[in-house]
Design a protein around this ligand. Sequence first.
Ligand code: ADP
Ligand code: MG
Length: 347
Amino acid sequence: MSLEFRGVSHAYDTQAVLRDVDLTAEPGAITCLLGPSGSGKSTLLRLAAGLERLQQGEILLDGRTMAGGGVDDAPESRPVGLVFQDHVLFPHRTVAQNVAFGLARGRKAADRENVRAVVEEQLAAVGLDGLEDRYPHTLSGGQQQRVALARALAPKPRAMLLDEPFANVDATLRRRLREDTRRALRDAGSIAVVVTHDPEEALELADRIAMMVAGEIVQVGTPAQVWQQPAGSVVAALFGNAQRLTGEVQGGIVRTRFGTIEPTGPVHDGTVEVIVRPDAVSLARAAADATFAATIDDVRFLGDGCLVLVPAGDEVLRAKLPSLGDLAVGDRVSATFHPAGTFVYNC
Ligand code: ADP
Ligand code: MG
């Protein structure tokens, strides 16, 4: 049982936006499709929902072709539930009527009680019990998004597709909404694909992260795998507020403006891109004859540590230290880079 994309490519006019995408999402594990804006994430979801016509490849649900090879199921006959960034609720229907919408079509009067029960169950699942009779305009953005989620879940679709569902919700409410959405999706037990451009959101929500860059899936793994073993500099740079530095490799040692690195993976001589997370950097006062040293320019208090800014040439090293110790603005320092948060790639 799965939602499966096989060799899906797509172009708008002459602009190719998806390139040979293979991806399988299974029930019981929330898949986040993570990638920068414009990388093709929405297009992939729209193709699965039938809102965009498939041009190449195949999309299967539970082993049955929904699109491709001459098949093109109508959107309404695909057992998928959709939630978008803009909650498109019916303004003149109550919360309960909105949720019942997908259920009510073609039902007999005898089913009405059942519809009521399902609506109540779904509203409870998204934490909205008691709001049945309210109208959408009387709800907060987060509550409206919960209604949209309940409405999509109500017909018990085989697959739930969510496209940046929290983008328009206040930052303070977003975390709670993510947690509740994750629980509701898990309890529903359906296949779930959530699109986001926010790496933090993907880490919080996903059991599996599929990284999309310029229309290609470049890595699929657990949150821990993509964090610890990013497949390339683009993925590495996404997580943990990472920064890019340049380096030169000579005899297996990477030299940056701020200190040297012994790479853990294979690199060859020449220029390299160094992706470093600020909390993987330590600073120590530089010896008088240090080759690689720079001066602390600023220190920012972060609550759980401090961020130290060390400019050199056209680069600024950002080091997140648990405490400043005896260092201060104006000190010359050298950096040590911890392998767990430092990634080196030949250019
Ligand atoms: P994402 O959701 O990752 O931001 P999209 O799938 O929305 O990416 O878009 C991928 C690329 O396709 C972008 O360059 C976007 O401008 C373009 N695009 C999206 N929809 C259309 C459309 N209907 N017509 C033409 N170009 C489009
Ligand atoms: Mg999008």
